[in-house]
Design a protein. Sequence first.
Length: 297
Amino acid sequence: MGVTDPECTRLAGRSFTASALRNLLPSRSSSGEPDLVLPRGAVPVDEYHNPDLIPGMFPTLYPFGIGGFDDDSRLTPIAFQKQANYYFDLADRAFRYHRSYMFVVLNILQRRTAHLHTHFTVRRSHFESLARRLTSVSPHTLSRLADQLQKEHRYSNLSTEDRNALNLLNQVNTVAARIPGSQSAKNFVRSEIRSYFGFFGMPHIFFTCNPNATHSPTFQLMYGDESVDLTLRYPCLVPARERAIRLARDPVAAADFFHFSVTCIFTHLFGWDFDSHASSERGGILGYLEAFFGTNE
């Protein structure tokens, strides 16, 4: 028994194709199914109430195919965001270190927030009449009108019933959920800041906090480097290049470090009690805080 052309540099392309086709044929000891089956279809996979979606997308993170989201078989339901946060806090940091998992989960969470938390608002003086007219519109009409709007059809192509429903919808305002990072979330923060100005007056100080996780011994300990001794005045750290790699590899630890740093600053430096939502009895370096407003860039 010999081996010829192990690198397959002299084999024709048809030989590779023929070999691949033979590998798809059922073996004698199998049940008649091919060794490799790649199903496909025109219907997209549902991302709602589908516990097999995420495990199917990330088989290396879910090697047993269990632990997906929206599993109705659980005795205690778990919200999508809480379950995602739980995975990021596991001792096994495979979920943190995966390069695309957190982005896919965030994208699904943002889409769900946009889909499931969109409402209508109307003036109080018009509420009674508009409520009766809205409830009189059939669900079939609303569904047909939604399809027409999504496909951007012309107003002249709508039926009389669809036009009446559209004219009715023009008298209400569509309010979307405040998705983190969206323009609506920024507008909401600006409105809250103006409300603070109206109630507490103009702020006396503007404070910018930017904790540097790369050079912080605390972050290195949160990352998992147990060799860092925080009892020392100048703990021994790994080189700067390795610290930068750690920061890029574990953004969850970086977010935890930022939250920990800001909490410590307001608790021990400014004397703010987060449990009672008021200034502590001893106060801080600025005295007693009446209120503060903080946002993340």
